[in-house]
Design a protein. Structure first.
Length: 221
């Protein structure tokens, strides 16, 4: 997979190395010459194309052959830049998948399909969700939004009052647009099947649309 990352800061460079180590072809666009020179000289930067370029400019993206990439990651520290990069990537270069970093939570509502964003990553919201997931038992917690918010990854740790306890998944009558994707039991992942019986303390992960989230809550909480 070919990935282009806009932003050579700590976030962008870390993502670049992780993707490189996973076998992907990675290029990083950074407009500050000094940052690019420093990144190139750092240990572990081999195999990554570090390019001096302004990712908000059409010509820079064209020179980076963005039309041939599979994923664009807008990871700069400026939300306005990330939105412009996302929009250009989608409208001008038809990039199949666009992931954008949200720096300020109040701007998250802008990061949607109108601006070409497939997945918006807001660190403060992720930290909030993971904190709730760690301390809340019996309550449904939204972990991550996918497909411009049309699908959400949710988690609930079943307590003794959950109507799902001692029920097989096939008996739950799940809504059509809700799918249980994993059950974590005593630190082991259980692949959910129709005959999987849920127990107190199970961490249930599900993908659900907003329309049926309420129905899923009634089944699990």
């Amino acid at each position: 997979m070919k990935v282009v990352i806009a932003g050579g800061g700590n976030v962008g460079s870390f993502i670049a190395r992780e993707l490189r180590d996973s076998g992907h072809t990675v290029a990083v666009l950074e407009q500050q010459t000094g940052v690019v020179s420093r990144r190139r000289a750092e240990p572990g930067s081999d195999g990554i194309a570090w390019v001096v370029a302004d990712a908000c400019e059409f010509r820079s993206l064209e020179a980076a052959e963005l039309a041939t990439c599979d994923v664009m990651i807008a990871a700069t520290g400026d939300d306005e830049d990330n939105l412009v990069i996302s929009l250009l990537s989608r409208q001008e270069f038809a990039v199949p998948r666009i992931v954008a970093r949200v720096n300020h939570p109040q701007n998250e509502w802008l990061f949607n399909e109108t601006w070409g964003v497939d997945v918006a990553v807001s660190t403060p919201h992720l930290l909030t969700a993971l904190t709730e997931e760690a301390v809340n038992v019996g309550s449904l917690v939204r972990l991550f939004k996918l497909e411009q918010g049309n699908v959400t990854l949710v988690e609930v740790t079943l307590d003794q009052d959950s109507p799902a306890v001692n029920q097989a998944l096939k008996e739950l009558d799940l809504p059509r647009d809700a799918t249980i994707v994993a059950v974590i039991r005593q630190q082991h992942v259980v692949v959910p099947r129709g005959d999987t019986v849920l127990a107190i303390g199970d961490e249930v992960l599900a993908l659900v649309t907003p329309e049926v989230e309420g129905e899923l809550r009634q089944l699990l909480e």
